[in-house]
Design a protein around this ligand. Structure first.
Ligand code: HEM
Ligand code: HEM
Length: 185
């Protein structure tokens, strides 16, 4: 339970349990997604790539669904979220949200435009197109999906670096905001 005297602006304020669960679950899934992408980039057609690559699109789809839930939750609880520690954090988190949406959305558009069927988790997500391919969707994916994917990886490394830097400077509050209070929710 939240301490009655704790407001989003108090020094030991932290993100709520749902936000924290979604953050760490998505961080884990992003790690998995980037393992598949890095292997595909460095060792396309290797045995490891053949093993990992089939997970790339389903993981991306799941990440998009979780992002929509996370954004909806944030919107509903916007008055109970701790404020950003500084402007750079606010800009960085905003950029991560934009990329977390654009990258899988562009991947799915490209998939749709290719006209090929797409199934994931035992469900037919896209049955495939009867007629012509949709070239602009394919081009959008070809020109931007991978590039934005690598750009977000750089941003994620910066994000983790910023958390480490805060902790090294003796300000472990930032990490605690996302870990929650020991023994509390
Ligand atoms: C947030 C989730 C996602 C991330 C972070 C991501 C990231 C990446 C990255 C970094 C690459 C470059 C790999 C390389 O150059 O070999 C890539 C390639 C690719 N991704 Fe994703 N992706 C995501 C979701 C998706 C989704 C949902 C789809 C389709 C349904 C998709 C389809 C593809 C395809 C087909 C390629 C190969 C592109 C090519 O070889 O030109 N991705 N992705
Ligand atoms: C080991 C990996 C990670 C660590 C240690 C970490 C740590 C943290 C911490 C401590 C915060 C709170 C910062 C604050 O209150 O200013 C935070 C917030 C945030 N993180 Fe991460 N993070 C990791 C991975 C990721 C990944 C992979 C993403 C997305 C691609 C991400 C996106 C965000 C976002 C958007 C926020 C803002 C709070 C929210 O809306 O959920 N993080 N992270």
């Amino acid at each position: 339970m939240k301490n009655t005297f704790e407001t989003p602006h108090s020094p030991d304020a932290h993100y709520d349990a749902v936000s924290r669960t979604l953050h760490w679950l998505m961080a884990l899934l992003f790690t998995w997604s980037y393992c598949t992408a890095v292997t595909h980039y460095l060792a396309s057609d290797s045995t490891l790539d053949k093993l990992l690559w089939p997970y790339h699109k389903p993981a991306g789809l799941l990440l998009l669904v979780l992002l929509i839930l996370r954004a909806g939750w944030n919107l509903l609880h916007r008055h109970n979220r701790p404020p950003s520690v500084n402007r750079l954090a606010s800009f960085g988190h905003g950029a991560l949200y934009v990329l977390m949406f654009l990258i899988p959305a562009i991947g799915l558009l490209r998939q749709y435009g290719s006209g090929r069927e797409f199934s994931a988790f035992g469900l037919t997500i896209m049955p495939g197109l009867e007629g012509e391919k949709i070239q602009w969707m394919i081009d959008l994916g070809r020109d931007f999906h991978s590039e934005l994917g690598w750009a977000m990886l750089v941003l994620i490394v910066g994000h983790i670096g910023a958390v480490i830097l805060h902790s090294l400077r003796g300000d472990s509050r930032v990490l605690r905001r996302m870990l929650g209070k020991p023994g509390g929710l």
